[in-house]
Write a protein that binds this ligand. Sequence first.
Ligand SMILES: [Zn+2]
Length: 141
Amino acid sequence: MTKRNKNGGETNETCPCGSGAARRACCGPYLDGAVVAPTAEALMRSRYSAFVEGRREYLLRTWAEETRPQVLELDPEQRWLGLGIRARSAGGPEDEVGEVEFVARSRVRGRGQRLHERSRFRRVDGQWFYVGGTLLGKPPA
Ligand SMILES: [Zn+2]
């Protein structure tokens, strides 16, 4: 197995999504393709973890076909600092759609960034997909 980043392969590391759980008990099995995320929030968290780990193929695989970008460029200079879930609606194991509102903080070349988004998800054949999102919060002054 290829090591993807400095944290790759450790079994007791905490999950990049900040849940406080071990990676293997949180986003790890989703990222590794062992199981699919059961809820919209679980998928959202695993996609955040995928950004942290630079897992481009996971991001594309969990993106709804109609909104999936042709090419996804990840900025290697972007350091993800934390994820906070603000609100959620539907998105449970029996739902067809769901929304998760979150704030993700990062730093790029010394500049702090804050992404506040309400994301929309859809479940197809038991698998959740990211459909799109609405940016929230104040634009920078
Ligand atoms: Zn996680």
